[in-house]
Design a binder for this molecule. Sequence first.
Ligand code: RIB
Length: 317
Amino acid sequence: MTARITIVGSLNMDLVIRSPRIPQPGETIIGSEFQTNPGGKGANQAVAAARLGGQVSMVGRVGEDSFADALLENLAAAEIDATFIQRDRQAASGVALIVVDDHGENIIVVASGANMRMTEKDVEAAEAVIADSDVLLLQLEVPLPVVKRAAQIAQSHNVTVVLNPAPARELPPDLLALVDVLVPNESEAALLTGLPIGSQTELEKAASKILNSGVRSVVITLGKRGAFLASSDYKSKIYEAFSVQAVDTTAAGDAFVAGLAVNYGAGKTLPDAIRWGNAAGAMAALRFGAQTSLPKRIEVFELLKGEKPEKILGREA
Ligand code: RIB
């Protein structure tokens, strides 16, 4: 079954410099390569979901600049329905400044531009598309009232709501109560709960606090350690990550969320969907950039079957 996924979220142009390390405040260092890559958590998750086999629509806002043209072309290349992406004359397209170090770690600062000018009307206009979806996928790079309105519409049509609460921020209980699957990383889960995240016991405590707020299932991503699932339907457990030599972790989290959403939306169990998410995230870390790094379904399938990542990428001698 093909999952129908609607994403309400951001589109950014990523301006990326490779650097030997992340600079300290006030420091200037000489980096190396510079790239301009399509990004934004919403668009990354949309492209990842499409490459992983989903039928994808995106609701969002861009400016009337050349970045917008490139961002929309990239969605079109992935066969994503962009009917409900507005062009805003009053604002520039979102931009993210990114530094990636030699270990594949990054720092990111976003100038949201048109993304933060989305309104509840933008999602109300897309109600029929949301209603016709298996999963509504949300992040926090657009205004919170927009996220909440989209989740309300989805819930009223029995559409599964998956929220990736990134970038980290506190969330109102009435939004959490609309969420079926919450997918925070460790720092987002710590901020949401006010609790430390590390050991299995700490994960259990934080997850149970999140579940008490009305979320049906929580999946806390743990980077190299994998992902922790807590839900009333399954025994709490860490699902191990695939071990890869990361080149750039930008959008690895987005690939995880999309892998989970596409497979859960297609009727797989949450543990199976998490395994797909782990494999999609690992494959995304092997290539540079955001949307440039997102894997195809066949690549993720091969990793899940036990193929070596280098062989999948065709890098093995
Ligand atoms: O999750 C990675 C993304 O975060 C980047 O593509 C950047 O645009 C920011 O939104």
